[in-house]
Design a protein around this ligand. Structure first.
Ligand code: BG6
Length: 489
């Protein structure tokens, strides 16, 4: 597939919103500062607020001044970004304003256009239809959509169908911001840039895989959205399953959109269904109650929400990828709010040595090798190895587990921490969809998750309470210990 031309215009819907202020505008600033934006690129902001160009530019400057540390700020770069800006107020349900927006797009574009719908998902289809109806969507336009795409397979398919009436699939860029994280791309680099791991990357040598995304925050004023969603839809259906795909997929022929996404979809299709007959043993839902994080008391979920709720803020699962490479290897996934620490990591535990030549204490000292890939808060890779404990012991040799530890912030000390939208914008502007999610991926993930959610309903599974500041309900520990494993903490 040939790559489209770089965008000549980026149009952001929801340009005054929270995501824009926190992530999108600062990312565009960074791309500008690093000279990574195409020279003629114009940026058209749009939202309901009736702003003029100058008021929008002020808002952008404020967002950048607030988010980018003073030491990294550069006036020339800021001016360069502001010069690219324009603004048109529009509301998707107001045809006249959408027509005016389409006219502005037509004035500003000088080739390809990237639309970014940073709005509530219910506006995706009407926005695409309005762009189509007003002649602002053609073979040289593409659209970037935020998650969540639906809340189950049926609603996701309805959004995808509606968008597809205007934009062909290869022009739809579905964001999973985890794919824009440096650490996630590093996982791809680690797997496919080293000959070392591939021969071991299979059921013969790997005992279990764990993927954890822990957050210390609660629902942060997003209660209404979150309560309708829960940890399964908010984190597991997308971010955790994407990580699982990258860990489990076969080597793609090339690092390009079709090849990578073809491999990811095979993993999703190989996930063993967890239906109502299995949910009780293979999954755990939890909801935090009042507790403490870092010694600070925090309220429980229902207090934060202000009403009773049966929504899960924690989920743990034992998944299986039923194919030759992974047959029999459990993939333990867990994510939750108000856990003791913010960390996203993948842990691969290798099998034990086939036979121990050591007796006595050394035999008891033996541990399996493990590879830890931590994505956040810091990016590091740790390889747990067995080594001889230094010194002498009357009972003979002793062994200890030691870690080969690669800390990326130390290794690449002059690199600042990036926002994932820097990568995602750069790629979408350049027309590279490799790190975006294809329709079949999102729908296959929903299909799998729907079965679990249905299973919970049928089996009457209610979230088990866990105090804020703990690693979820005790059942999440039993889930893994039943199989002779333990969470890496
Ligand atoms: C979002 C979820 O997709 O990811 C949030 O909607 C969650 O609930 C966030 O807090 C986590 O992202 P990150 O980058 O902080 O790990």
């Amino acid at each position: 597939m040939t790559r489209p031309a770089p965008a000549s215009l980026l149009t952001i819907f929801g340009a005054t919103g929270d995501l824009a202020q926190r992530m999108l505008l600062p990312s565009l600033y960074s791309l500008q500062a690093e000279n990574l934006l195409p020279p003629g690129l114009r940026i058209l902001g749009s939202a309901r607020s009736d702003l003029d160009r100058e008021a929008f530019a002020n808002l952008v400057a404020d967002a950048i001044n607030e988010r980018i540390p003073a030491i990294e700020r550069d006036e020339t770069a800021l001016r360069g970004l502001l010069e690219r800006l324009d603004y048109t107020a529009a509301s998707v349900d107001d045809a006249a304003s959408m027509q005016a927006l389409a006219a502005r797009v037509s004035d500003l574009r000088n080739g390809d256009v990237l639309y970014h719908l940073s709005t509530a998902p219910r506006f995706y289809v009407p926005a695409c239809h309005a762009l189509g109806a007003h002649g602002a969507a053609d073979a040289r336009t593409r659209v970037m959509l935020e998650k969540p795409i639906g809340k189950d397979l049926a609603s996701a398919a309805a959004i995808n169908d509606g968008v597809a009436e205007v934009f062909d699939e290869d022009r739809v860029y579905r964001v999973d911001h985890y794919l824009g994280k440096e650490g996630v791309q590093n996982l791809i680099a680690l797997r496919f840039g080293n000959a070392l791991f591939e021969p071991l990357w299979n059921a013969r040598h790997i005992e279990q895989v764990q993927i954890t995304a822990g957050e210390t925050v609660g629902v942060e004023g997003r209660g209404d959205y979150y309560d309708d969603s829960g940890a399964m839809r908010d984190m597991l259906q997308n971010h955790l399953l994407q990580l699982l795909c990258l860990v489990a997929m076969e080597p793609p022929a090339r690092f390009e959109p079709t090849a990578v996404r073809n491999e990811k979809i095979k993993v999703l299709r190989s996930l063993r269904a967890i239906g109502h007959g299995q949910v009780v043993t293979e999954s755990v839902a939890g909801q935090y109650t009042a507790g403490a994080i870092d010694g600070v008391a925090v309220p429980g979920y229902v207090q934060e929400l202000g009403r009773d709720s049966g929504t899960e803020t924690f989920v743990a699962l034992r998944a299986h990828v039923d194919n030759w490479r992974w047959s029999g290897v459990p993939f333990y996934l867990r994510t939750g709010k108000r856990l003791p620490s913010r960390c996203t990591e993948i842990y691969i535990q290798f099998r034990k040595v086939p036979y121990s030549i050591f007796g006595g204490h050394a035999a008891a000292d033996m541990r399996s090798n493990g590879l830890l890939i931590r994505l956040q808060p810091e990016e590091r890779i740790e390889l747990d190895l067995m080594a001889k404990t230094p010194g002498l012991d009357r009972s003979g040799l002793r062994l200890s587990q030691v870690a080969l530890d690669l800390d990326f912030h130390e290794e690449f000390a002059n690199q600042r921490r990036r926002i994932s939208y820097e990568r995602l914008y750069l790629d979408a502007i350049e027309g590279n969809g490799t790190l975006f999610v294809r329709r079949d991926e999102t729908e296959t993930a929903w299909h799998w998750v729907d079965a679990i959610l249905d299973g919970w309903r049928t089996a009457g599974v209610a979230p088990k309470p866990y105090p804020a500041g703990t690693w979820g309900p005790g059942a999440a520990v039993s889930l893994i210990e039943r199989h002779g494993h333990g969470w890496r903490e």
